[in-house]
Design a protein around this ligand. Structure first.
Ligand code: AMP
Ligand code: TRP
Length: 330
């Protein structure tokens, strides 16, 4: 019997998890795990939509698992697993491909952005189809809530559309999931260019703070972060850089942006950045240290992922069978 509502979310194991991933996703996952039956997935099949070195991918999956636990996800409470180990994701993905429309996928801005880089002609078919696999991830567990950053809103809308379409074609089958996108931290921008999202594929390492950066590297990146003209520490549309830095400060402390603005009245950017650097280092150092400790025992991490996959498979199997029956595949 399912008693609690479910949460599902995923992160790609493509290296260099950063402040954006932490504030936009991981931190909120930790907050919801008490209240919901939670599924947190390392979406390795999604990572394969762009070329990956097998050795690096293998290492990144473990690193991601270590980060999950280091930020505070509890494998006793939450189901932590890797996508490729639960074959039902790709099976349901195919079934959903049969109701998803080319027009819908063609409108996905992430595909447009990513495929533009190498040319749409040579982008993988999987990169195009990626949002359908994402919908399968979520619908397979009948998740009610999906905590993600702002950049996933459009993908989540497609998951909702596919759930509704399936239900109306074949009868009530899937829960229509709600995105959970918090105001603070939903869109952390690059430190060296506040018009760009902080991203793993950021061309300049100065643009992001990795969760595994050494404290001095973090301090330097914050110190060098771009600021706006003027000298007051305030958030406003004319001050995109300061707005971003204030958002990071607020996301990592329990303070509101306006409270922080008050605190820095009459002080300059330099003072603010110095304190922000310490806030970031204090928040991330324990995560970094715990991750490195956990990486010393890869077997333990593999065991956690395998145990999680076993539990996930049970739920996934049952949803898939139900879906088969609805479609006449039983
Ligand atoms: P990814 O690392 O691209 O798989 O993203 C993992 C999660 O982190 C997703 O929920 C994203 O929406 C979120 N995320 C990634 N980058 C940022 C960012 N710069 N600001 C806020 N959230 C982000
Ligand atoms: N597309 C998401 C990202 O790049 C990762 C993802 C895959 C995901 N499947 C998901 C997120 C299901 C939430 C739910 O960040």
């Amino acid at each position: 019997m399912q008693t609690k509502q479910r949460v599902f979310s995923g992160i790609q194991p493509s290296g260099a998890s950063h402040l954006g991933t932490y504030l936009g996703a991981l931190k909120n996952w930790v907050a919801v795990q008490e209240e919901y039956e939670s599924y947190f997935c390392i979406v390795d099949l999604h990572a394969l939509t762009v070329p990956q070195d097998p050795k690096v991918l293998r290492a990144n999956v473990r690193e991601m698992a270590a980060i999950f636990i280091a930020v505070g996800l509890d494998p006793e409470r939450s189901i932590i697993f890797r996508q490729s180990r639960v074959a039902e994701h790709t099976e349901l993905g195919w079934l959903l491909n049969c109701i998803a429309r080319v027009g819908e996928l063609s409108r996905m801005t992430q595909f447009k952005d990513k495929s533009q880089k190498g040319g749409a002609e040579s982008a993988s078919v999987a990169l195009y189809d990626y949002p359908v696999l994402q919908a399968a991830d979520i619908l397979l567990y009948n998740a009610h809530l999906v905590p993600v950053g702002e950049d996933q809103r459009q993908h989540l809308e497609l998951s909702r559309t596919l759930a509704r379409r399936f239900n109306s074609l074949y009868g009530e089958t899937f829960v229509v999931p709600e995105p959970m996108i918090l105001e603070t931290g939903a869109r952390v921008m690059a430190l060296d260019d506040p018009t760009r999202k902080m991203s793993k594929s950021s061309p300049t390492p100065g643009g992001y703070v990795s969760l595994l950066d050494e404290p001095d590297v973090t301090r330097r990146k914050i110190r060098r972060a771009k600021t706006d003209s003027g000298s007051e520490v305030t958030a406003s549309p004319e001050k995109p850089a300061l707005t971003n830095l204030l958002g990071i400060y607020a996301g990592l402390t329990v303070q509101s942006v306006s409270g922080i603005e008050d605190q820095y009245q009459g002080k300059g950017y330099g003072d603010f950045k110095k304190d922000l650097a310490e806030v970031v280092v204090e928040s991330l150092s324990p995560i970094r240290e715990r991750t490195l400790e956990l990486l010393d025992d890869p077997r333990e991490l593999d065991g956690i992922l395998e145990a999680g996959a076993e539990k996930a498979r049970e739920v996934a199997r049952s949803t898939l069978h139900h879906t088969w029956a609805r479609m006449g595949l039983d």
